[in-house]
Design a protein around this ligand. Structure first.
Ligand code: NAD
Length: 405
């Protein structure tokens, strides 16, 4: 078993890091050589060029990343973001399709010997250029590939949700600790400038004592599209809208309050006879109750048009993020003393590059990442409690060891 978690120290360290990161984003947004927040947006660069450009700009040793799974998110967001990294570098690809690996490898200047498939993946152990394995596979494969990567002596960056059960998350934490390697969960919103500014404003007391939060994430599930087909299958996704996008609302409620929930109540609904929801839920509504008294009312749905927002109500005003968790173009507004909400100017940053550079920096410095495996485990325990609450029609209280204290 892994060593016991220390939620109190972990959360304090997390908030110290978060505020430091927020300050860095605010002060250095235009400086492309900064680790966080100041990187140029990858979208501004030609798609075929980015990694070559980044490699030429490198000024010191970089941390080599292997990306596992060349699906929609990996190819459209993560691979282009390496162009904006200052510490992380793409060095290897893992794909079940040799043609795809070859084509994308050529696009990003990856040597043929650094292309792997799922059967020879474990040979990545012999590749000294690979420091980190970034797992971007369907959810139920996260645990297996993260553990194999740790056993191969590699640090791991794993997509959300960390895994489909808390037990799997514990196994991942154990595997990385046993290997003496880092495990980070890719919670990009914790590296996104608008979310960091919102945390900073709440901590500073700009809207007074927080009372309630509403957080909603939704989009239409389209299983006819490859990247959604596995999301409709319980065995691959582990759940429906909750685990896929509701997790952003859970994260927001936790990083805005800086607390761990005491209790959750929940309800699910799936449109009868809609084949998309034969195995996974369509909609979930849940309420998280925090020790300070904050109530967070959250929804996740695969049945309505896209929305990804949250609002934080305090005694003196409110913060509104809409969109809050988009890949780019998030918007933060603040209302104080009953006046209408005003735009808060926040420089855009590349959250994907910032999170990869953060892990690279932690590897170089020996620090713990601010979103370690324990952070992913907390969310998966909350996901499990939400399903229990909905299934059993009763509030579920969290065990004391999940509390921040
Ligand atoms: P996707 O279907 O586009 O990509 C998944 C990849 O895994 C594909 O290349 C597929 O070929 C491969 N794969 C390997 N084994 C497979 C199997 N047995 N069944 C199905 N596919 C298999 O999905 P995606 O949208 O890119 O999501 C991948 C992961 O990234 C998920 O965990 C998802 O939650 C996460 N994600 C995160 C964000 C974010 O903003 N952080 C956004 C989208 C997706």
């Amino acid at each position: 078993m892994s060593e016991p978690l220390d939620p109190v120290r972990g959360r304090r360290a997390f908030f110290q890091q978060t505020l430091a990161l927020a300050a860095a984003v605010g002060a250095n947004a235009s400086c492309s050589r900064r680790t966080h927040g100041g990187a140029p947006r990858a979208e501004a660069l030609p798609a075929a060029e980015p990694v070559k450009q980044a490699a030429r700009a490198a000024s010191g040793p970089r941390v080599g990343f292997a990306v596992v799974g060349l699906g929609k998110f990996a190819t459209e967001q993560i691979l282009p973001a390496f162009a904006a990294c200052t510490r992380a570098r793409l060095v290897a690809l893992v794909s079940g399709s040799p043609d795809k690996a070859k084509r994308i490898g050529e696009q990003y200047g990856i040597e043929a010997k650094n292309l792997y498939d799922y059967t020879n993946f474990d040979r990545i152990r012999e590749n000294a250029a690979v420091d980190v394995v970034y797992v971007i596979l369907p959810n139920s494969l996260h645990a297996q590939y993260s553990e194999r990567a740790a056993r191969a002596g590699k640090h791991v960056l794993c997509e959300k949700p960390m895994a489909v059960t808390a037990k799997e998350c514990e196994g991942m934490i154990h595997a990385s600790k046993a290997a003496g390697k880092k495990l980070m969960i890719a919670y990009r919103a914790q590296f996104e400038p608008h979310n960091l500014r919102a945390i900073e404003m709440v901590r500073r007391g700009d809207i007074g004592r927080v009372k309630t939060i509403i957080a909603d994430h939704g989009r239409i599930l389209r299983p006819e599209q490859p990247s959604d087909s596995w999301r409709a299958k319980r065995a691959l996704a582990g759940g429906g809208s909750l685990v896929d996008i509701g997790i952003y609302s859970i994260q927001a409620a936790r990083y805005i309050t800086g607390e761990e929930p005491l209790e959750v109540s929940a309800r699910t609904f799936s449109t009868p006879n809609d084949a998309r929801f034969a195995e996974v839920e369509e909609t979930v509504a849940f309420t998280l109750a925090f020790p300070s008294g904050v109530l967070a009312n959250c929804t996740a749905s695969y049945g309505h048009a896209e929305g990804k927002r949250y609002r934080v109500f305090g005694e003196k005003g409110y913060l509104d993020l809409d969109p809050a968790t988009a890949y780019e173009g998030n918007v933060l507004r603040a209302s104080k003393d009953g006046k209408s909400a005003e735009l808060v100017e926040v420089p855009q940053g590349n959250q994907f590059a910032s999170q990869m550079d953060h892990l690279a920096e932690c590897i170089q410095s020996g620090e713990e990442p601010k979103t370690p495996g324990e952070e992913g485990l907390r969310d998966v325990r909350i996901l499990e409690a939400i399903y229990t609450a909905a299934r059993e029609h009763r509030p579920v209280r969290f065990a004391a060891d999940t509390q921040r204290g």
